[in-house]
Design a protein around this ligand. Structure first.
Ligand SMILES: *[C@@H]1O[C@H](CO)[C@@H](O)[C@H](O)[C@H]1NC(C)=O
Ligand SMILES: *[C@@H]1O[C@H](CO)[C@@H](O)[C@H](O)[C@H]1NC(C)=O
Ligand SMILES: *[C@@H]1O[C@H](CO)[C@@H](O)[C@H](O)[C@H]1NC(C)=O
Length: 446
């Protein structure tokens, strides 16, 4: 039998453990993260910093992030510093952004245990795959069973099954609108489909994952307002401040032709941050090139594009002491994931999305330095901690996102064109050369 003397410390330890678990599970602990618009208090710093630091080469001691809503910008954000190259990793920021998504959707998805996802888009775009798989991570974490997925109501979709699954699990079922960049009226393909879907399911709660929003046609904005504004339980989400402002102006306090604040709207980081911090994709991937250029090759390409550099493998002269470096230039939308499109084919949309997302992370992890004008080139490089340069795309969505969430990440530098991007690459490799020299012979530990 245990004596009271020996039992006391054990009981004390058990009590402390239970108290800790209780604290971690209380809403108070969750809501101690500053909500959108609040000042970032010391609690956010603690939440971000207390996360386990797995990245040995972590060079930053950053604090919690908050969306940038301030009009007075005190100091220049690190990613706009043109005098220094990006460094490795910014794990505290990644942890903080992930935590924000979790605490936001804990509220938005309360009571929901079954969900259909609307807006499913299966392509080779590794960013879309990372979004899809991250949505699955969040749903699993929240205890939500994923049922059906459709992109349109009237094609490539068994809408009868879509409806019957939701009805079978009511009132614990919901439609979750997929996150991404197609809440716009340029293509007019996904948005009209969403409008139709919202009108078809007035009795089902609808929640949206974070999106970039770009609406410019008054008639199309009207259609959106009419449909969304008539749904009794709809929540939309923006992944950057500019998109959030549009939602606020359209559905908030000063809404016109729509009941004010009936359509709930939130600001939250891109869902891909549900992958959390993954330095393993950088540390464990064999480096095949010094620079990876992940470039978009479509209508969204911007003036600061890299068209002067041919696609594929080659040598890039960075000048200075660095000179030539090897590069690989790809657009991952047109890069097939091995084993997906030939046999044996991955079965099921989830399996294919996981495989493509991992392929995307490994692609970014295959070089020492990344240059990209794709939003998820930036987001996924940040997740794995690879030093990188971000250039904008035509609609401004890259910089909109970056300025809202990731401008304090030292692994990023913003460039307006490819020459500036190359300049950052030169600084990065020059610094590495200097460090290797300082380390003497055998200093190359990369
Ligand atoms: C949008 O709706 C408002 C009010 O219903 C109307 O006055 C306006 O003409 C509409 N605009 C377009 C382009 O349809
Ligand atoms: C891409 O950059 C080149 C200069 O390198 C420029 O001439 C061209 O107009 C740019 N393309 C777009 C779509 O802005
Ligand atoms: C750099 O690469 C180019 C070919 O792209 C070659 O002509 C040049 O000699 C190389 N410079 C050095 C210093 O190796």
């Amino acid at each position: 039998m245990l004596s009271t003397k020996r039992l006391t410390p054990i009981l004390l330890a058990v009590f402390l453990l239970l108290a800790t678990l209780f604290f971690l599970n209380t809403p108070e602990a969750i809501s101690s993260l500053p909500a959108y618009g609040e000042k970032a208090g010391s609690s956010a710093v603690t939440a971000a910093d207390s996360q386990q630091q797995t990245d040995a080469t972590k060079s930053q001691t950053s604090t919690g992030v908050k969306p940038d809503t301030s009009s007075s910008k005190p100091a220049i954000a690190i990613s706009y510093d043109k005098t220094t190259p990006p460094t490795t990793g910014c794990e505290p920021i990644v942890h903080d952004l992930q935590q924000r998504i979790i605490s936001t959707y804990q509220t938005q998805l309360k009571g929901i245990r079954y969900a259909n996802v609307f807006g499913y888009l299966e392509t080779e775009n590794k960013g879309d795959a990372a979004i899809w798989s991250a949505q699955q991570i969040l749903m699993s974490m929240m205890g939500i069973n994923f049922l059906e997925a459709c992109r349109f109501t009237d094609k490539d979709c068994d809408i009868a099954k879509f409806r019957s699954q939701l009805e079978a699990h009511a009132p614990h079922s919901a439609i979750l609108i997929a996150g991404g960049g197609n809440f716009n009226d340029f293509y007019w393909e996904d948005q009209p489909s969403r409008i139709k879907m919202v009108s078809m399911f007035p009795n089902i709660p609808i929640r949206s994952f974070p999106q970039s929003i770009h609406m410019t046609h008054p008639d199309r904005i009207n259609l959106t307002k009419t449909s969304f504004g008539s749904h009794p339980d709809l929540q939309l989400a923006a992944r950057d401040q500019r998109s959030y402002n549009w939602l606020s102006d359209t559905f908030g306090q000063k809404a016109v032709d729509v009941e004010a604040n009936k359509v709930r709207h939130i600001l939250t980081p891109d869902i891909a941050f549900m992958w959390g911090s993954r330095p393993d994709f950088r540390l464990n991937t064999k480096k095949t090139h010094q620079v990876l250029i992940l470039a978009r090759d479509d209508w969204e390409v911007s003036a600061g594009n890299s068209s002067s550099i041919p696609m594929g493998e080659g040598v890039l002269d960075l000048g200075g002491e660095v000179g030539n470096v090897t590069y690989n230039k790809v657009d991952w939308k047109f890069t097939n994931t091995p084993g997906i499109n030939e046999s044996p084919r991955e079965e099921g949309k989830n399996q294919r999305a996981w495989a493509k997302a991992i392929q995307g992370f490994e692609m970014l992890g295959s070089a020492d330095f990344v240059i990209t004008d794709r939003l998820h080139g930036h987001i996924m490089s940040t997740i794995i901690g690879t030093p990188h340069v971000l250039m904008d795309s035509k609609l401004g969505k890259n910089i909109d996102f970056h300025d809202t969430w990731t401008k304090d990440c030292a692994a990023t530098r913003v460039a307006t064109d490819i020459e500036e991007a190359k300049n950052f690459a030169r600084m990065f490799f020059e610094k590495r050369l200097r460090e290797e020299k300082k380390g003497g012979d055998g200093g190359n530990v990369a």
